[in-house]
Design a protein around this ligand. Sequence first.
Ligand SMILES: O=P(O)(O)OC[C@H]1O[C@](O)(CO)[C@@H](O)[C@@H]1O
Length: 453
Amino acid sequence: MSSKLSFDYSAAKKFISPTEVEMMKKAVQMAKEQLISGMGPGSDYLGWIDLPINYDKDEFNKIQKAAEKIKADSDVLLVIGIGGSYLGARAAIEFLRHSFYNSVSKEIRKTPEIYFVGNNISSTYMNHLRDVIGDRDFSINVISKSGTTTEPAIAFRIFKKLLIDKYGKEEAAKRIYATTDKSKGALKNLATSEGYESFVVPDDIGGRFSVLTAVGLLPIAVSGADIAKLMEGAASMRKHCLEAPYEENDSLLYAAIRNILLKKGKTIEILVNYEPSLHYVSEWWKQLYGESEGKDQKGIYPASVDFTTDLHSMGQFIQDGQRTLFETIVNIENSSSEIIIEEEEVDLDGLNYLAGKSVDFINKSAMKGTLLAHTDGNVPNLLVNLPMQNEYYLGQLFYFFEFACGISGYLLGVNPFDQPGVESYKRNMFALLGKPGYETQREELLKRLEGQE
Ligand SMILES: O=P(O)(O)OC[C@H]1O[C@](O)(CO)[C@@H](O)[C@@H]1O
């Protein structure tokens, strides 16, 4: 077993020549130089680079204390946030904790149930969540870097009322934890005026790079996962990313290879897993790469599948559809639990040939077989190997993808740290909702919508 995450593109060698990898070296090194010197575009948002060795220890202790209080006084924690203020925490909790975290008995889980809200505008979802909370004790961690995002603001208004109705204003304020900008935004103002305990999203860390700040760490700590180990893993990967030479640098090579493949018309990258617990890691990764690279009419479209589940739905397309795809498999080398297939006296289901084999061995065989089949179908397959499913290696994985994302964005010639395109839908939504200041756009949009009827 290797002691760190490793990137392996040996299965894709028929699509990529050693010369191409060598020829990318200079560009990658320049991108790295730009990134770490802060000379590239978006350099106001590079706080994540040194975060794993440079984080605010007082804030970290405060997070752990708050987590202990929530664990002690709440059956349920609501985590309100969207995008980067949601996906990292959910990815970590689903990856690190029980597959049925909220449903398993409290004796096994030992920590509060955790539900995510404010990541959609569905009244059905929110009403159903009220049913789940029932009359149990709960707390809220509301997370918004800008403090002005509509989805979490709506959910917060609704669930804050529930909390106040249950506990009264004063006690409710003690059960609200706000993670936001240190000085500005509606949420910060509310937190200050109501006296909520607050945590800071540093100015120089964008939402999608914020999982290792209080944004991710407070909910992750409440779930019982070890956030110190998570930071340790990220710190070890930071060292590797910064110090390992190009030829041995997993993150630099991943950035290089995906850009080589893009130049060959592989415009869609599918992140693949064989463990359901990685589903939200893929969702986190999609925002990281989608918001960072998809601009100026450029970028690799980040998609994801959960195998073997999706082999029975998307498998046909990947094997045989339009040849614009490549796959990156996140492979957990050593499964954390084992089931052995038992022999049955009468082999009615025809599975006795598997007797004595572990379910993980079967899963890995499915992975290897699929990798070869997809490669034969002209879909290059890359591998990101994680030795085990724990906090340390998840910290490595987060940092590995973040660093590669910065490099890859610069290779592509975009600013990987802004997201101007997200504003378009917001402007239209505000205009249609009649938000003050959007009167002219409202008229125009209403006319356009009438024309469509
Ligand atoms: O933390 P905030 O400011 O509520 O933003 C949530 C998400 O919304 C976006 O700003 C896009 O609108 C993402 O970049 C961000 O992760």
